[in-house]
Design a protein around this ligand. Structure first.
Ligand code: ZN
Length: 80
């Protein structure tokens, strides 16, 4: 849902997608959520899959774990 600030209305935006890892819906801030590259496209990934799948794999390969930005999995103000 997108809500405009025009006319004095203040709103928050929630983006909902299916996670490519667990196929469960989750909400996120598209400007902050971690993503993975699948089929040539970057796809947002849920916090659970980040913690259970992505970061353990990164650590096993000598990479730093991904730390989500603050608010990555929260609704965000429509001025962002
Ligand atoms: Zn997931």
């Amino acid at each position: 849902m997108v809500t405009s600030t025009k006319g004095g209305v203040v709103g928050f935006v929630t983006v909902l997608s299916l996670c490519p890892g667990c196929r469960q819906p989750f909400i996120y801030n598209p400007s902050a959520v971690p993503s993975v590259k699948l089929d040539g496209w970057r796809k947002p990934i849920c916090r659970g899959c980040l913690d259970r799948l992505i970061n353990p794999d990164r650590i096993a390969n000598g990479l730093e774990p991904i730390v989500p930005l603050p608010g990555a999995y929260d609704p965000f103000h429509d001025s962002e």
